[in-house]
Design a protein around this ligand. Structure first.
Ligand SMILES: [Zn+2]
Length: 82
């Protein structure tokens, strides 16, 4: 397993965190884990991991992961909150 991400959880108020949410229709987010779109599928109720990423205590970006990709990356932003 390879991961280029720093897995040290930052501390303080501006902390990176992840939540588990259903994929919305029209989603075009690209999963950083596999470089594939996190696609909405009508027949399959899929979830995605949405991570709010903070760098040096400041919000930097939102990343959308397939739940399985997030697991494979060893949950870089901590366990997803439901
Ligand atoms: Zn993925």
């Amino acid at each position: 397993m390879t991961s280029t991400m720093d897995t040290l959880a930052p501390v303080g108020p501006g902390r990176s965190r992840a939540v588990l949410r259903p994929v919305r229709p029209g989603s075009i987010a690209l999963c950083p884990g596999c470089a594939q779109t996190v696609k909405f599928a009508a027949r399959v109720r899929r979830n995605q991991v949405i991570a709010n990423v903070y760098v040096d205590g400041h919000w930097a970006r939102v990343e959308h992961y397939h739940p399985e990709c997030y697991e494979q990356l060893a949950q870089p932003y901590g366990p997803p909150q439901g």
